[in-house]
Design a protein around this ligand. Structure first.
Ligand code: ADP
Ligand code: GN1
Ligand code: MG
Length: 372
């Protein structure tokens, strides 16, 4: 359960950093990659970089993935070069090339990449206010807008990533296999999942019928994948680009609802604290429509509240599947961690169900006023 400590000095020296390594420490709370913030002495100043080990158990085609990241960040950079921002430099991730000119370095521990450290900004694990939710959603909407005209099609870094019916099939297999004898311990959660199976097909079916279209989406729009300015709280940069690929914008909005409308941690044990706050949802919907509204279709807007329920459910069944399979996917920090995470997701699904009608009204009003 303890994260492996890697030799970061031996990683950094393979990248084009004109300074001397001073120290490095683990950074952030991601469930997948290994992220380190490293400090270098560059001509007497301390300069920070991010060294990140890509989880190749999960990302099976890391070179295609890195090619996506290069294409996306270069496209963002072109747009930012024509913008008015005086801090344009930190508004998109900047990859540092390795000495051999590639954007990654491979060693016996795996595949590493390096980014400039985004200074003066931070990520949050729990949303703090409606204003913050507005800003986070505005940022992700803006990110999608920046990529609307990205030439070509991106590689699918994880096929069927948000294919909810397939996620459900994986759960059914894990229940049947019960590989580590945990199913008895998760009976209530299994029953909840089975009761909600019906909703899993809704968006995929609409896509098959051509009612909603594929776009370039982020696919992991957790609150902690947006960096916010430490002083002003304004959005600075969207990070964690491993899953940027063709997808549905509804999946992106859904994950914002999941992670930025309840004042509780993703693994909160006290479920009475887990509640979809309607005023925060309103801010989130307004923030998203304020930046994405210009390209969203009516049907996409109409399904925004549903997407929150679907993606929260999908994430819940992913945690449950991993719990039943012996915690092989998401990094855990305590026994039953994935079961706790599943429980919070399902509590949130129930909370969304109770308020869905009101959420629909909010989105309909926000759409008429372009989020203002
Ligand atoms: P994971 O895929 O594991 O979630 P992330 O790319 O989201 O990895 O990085 C984990 C954390 O590291 C982020 O939540 C953020 O706090 C920090 N981080 C990542 N990239 C940067 C960066 N360029 N500058 C500053 N902090 C960063
Ligand atoms: C993982 O890497 P991170 O922590 O941002 C996962 C997401 C889940 C999320 C749940 C590649 O995101 O899909 O929604 O955990 N990323 C991958 O917290 O599976
Ligand atoms: Mg992340």
């Amino acid at each position: 359960m303890n994260a492996t400590r890697y030799d970061i000095l031996d990683v950094g020296r393979f990248f084009r950093i004109n300074g001397n390594f001073l120290e490095a420490e683990p950074c952030g709370n991601g469930h997948i990659n290994d992220t380190y913030a490293a400090v270098y002495d560059v001509n007497g100043s301390k300069v920070r970089y991010i060294h990140q080990r890509i989880n190749t158990d999960i990302f099976k085609k890391p070179f295609e993935l890195m090619n996506n990241v290069v294409r996306v960040t270069e496209h963002q950079r072109k747009k930012l070069n024509n913008s008015q921002y005086d801090d344009a430099e930190r508004r998109a991730l900047t990859l540092i090339p390795a000495i051999d000119g590639k954007y990654f370095h491979e060693n016996s521990d795996g595949i590493w990449r390096t980014y400039k450290f985004i200074e003066g900004a931070q990520t949050r694990e729990v949303v703090e206010s409606a204003g913050q939710a507005f800003e986070v959603a505005r940022m992700f909407g803006d990110f999608q807008r920046q990529l609307v005209d990205l030439p070509g099609r991106l590689a699918e870094t994880i096929p069927d990533f948000h294919n909810t019916p397939k996620r459900f099939e994986a759960l059914e297999k894990a229940i049947d296999a019960d590989a580590v004898n945990r199913a008895a311990n998760a009976q209530n959660e299994i029953e909840f999942a089975v009761r909600h199976k019906e909703m899993t097909n809704v968006l995929i079916d609409m896509q098959k019928k051509g009612l909603i279209q594929e776009r370039v989406t982020h696919n992991d729009t957790k609150l902690n994948n947006v960096m916010l300015d430490i002083k002003t709280g304004d959005g600075v940069c969207i990070i964690d680009l491993d899953t940027v690929m063709p997808g549905l914008v509804l999946y992106d909005f859904g994950d914002m609802v999941r992670t930025a409308t309840s004042f509780s941690e993703e693994d909160e044990k006290d479920l009475s604290k887990v509640w979809m706050q309607i005023s925060v949802f309103e801010a989130l919907a307004r923030g998203y429509i304020s930046s994405a509204g210009e390209f969203l279709t009516d049907i996409e807007k109409q399904y925004l509240p549903f997407s929150g329920k679907l993606i929260t459910f999908e994430t819940g069944i992913r945690f449950l599947t991993d719990f039943l399979s012996g915690d092989i996917y998401f990094r855990i920090h305590r026994p039953e961690h994935n079961l706790d995470r599943c429980r919070t997701q399902f509590k949130l699904v129930a909370s969304i169900e109770e308020q869905e009608e009101q959420m629909n009204k909010i989105v309909s009003t926000a759409s008429q006023t372009d989020g203002r």
